[in-house]
Design a protein around this ligand. Structure first.
Ligand code: GRF
Length: 222
């Protein structure tokens, strides 16, 4: 059984030692904003300790700085789809220095491998814009539209060595409507993402999720 991420001490929610989240993103940052706003509103017992991006001009960094969060561009190195060894070490180091309890991938367009996964075992989550295992990979909303499914959605999952493959934590369905374009469908999926991602971070912060094999199990209250 995989160790669950460190649960938050409920007494520490408003205190000095909240559950610390590191966010990695390459894009506009709407998921990071949803999580940051939920933290700021104390809707979830967590705080964003650091935001890292492999894209210097990414919106996610601007949104983080607007919220006075630590936000840094870290060069990804020489590869296009993953971090090179030096970059991987730099990302790990900054996350460890920030003492994160959880690494949240929010539109980070690089595959994380070996050393990174070993540095944060069972503590990395991702959001994907389809109902996995359907439509892994890029532009999942477009894949769903092209395929002709009537329902798609989004998935929050733990990250393992596979691509879009780790244990599923939460999913929300989104209907495909007549006349949908890739953009309109993607927008509704992103609205669902902004609902479920903060909920999952909050549940992990409170130790409400454990992993048994492929099953991410939500523990009941009481
Ligand atoms: C989301 O649609 C997510 O599903 C995918 O990347 C996108 C990131 O969007 N992994 P944002 O940068 O959080 O707005």
């Amino acid at each position: 059984m995989q160790e669950p991420p460190r649960p938050c001490n409920k007494e520490a929610v408003i205190g000095e030692n909240p559950y610390r989240v590191g966010v990695l993103g390459s894009g506009k940052g709407s998921n990071m904003v949803a999580i940051a706003d939920a933290c700021a509103a104390r809707a979830i017992p967590a705080r964003i300790a650091i935001v890292l991006s492999d894209v210097e001009q990414a919106g996610i960094l601007g949104h983080a700085r607007d919220r006075s969060l630590t936000a840094e561009f870290l060069h990804p190195g020489k590869f296009r789809t993953r971090l090179d060894e030096d970059a991987e070490r730099a990302y790990i180091r900054r996350l460890q220095e920030a003492e994160v309890d959880l690494v949240v991938l929010a539109g980070f367009m690089r595959i994380l491998k070996g050393e990174f996964l070993r540095a944060f075992p069972g503590k990395i989550i991702n959001i994907h814009p389809s109902l996995l295992p359907a439509f892994p990979g890029l532009e999942a909303w477009k894949q769903a539209l092209d395929y002709g499914v009537k329902v798609t959605g989004c998935t929050v999952h733990f990250v393992d060595e596979g691509v879009d493959r780790g244990p599923v934590i939460a999913q929300e369905t989104v209907p495909v409507l007549p006349g949908d374009t890739p953009a309109s469908l993607h927008e509704r999926i992103q609205q669902a993402e902004r609902r479920i991602y903060p909920q999952v971070v909050g549940a992990l912060a409170q130790g409400k999720i454990v992993v048994k094999g492929r099953q991410a199990v939500w523990l009941r209250e009481g």
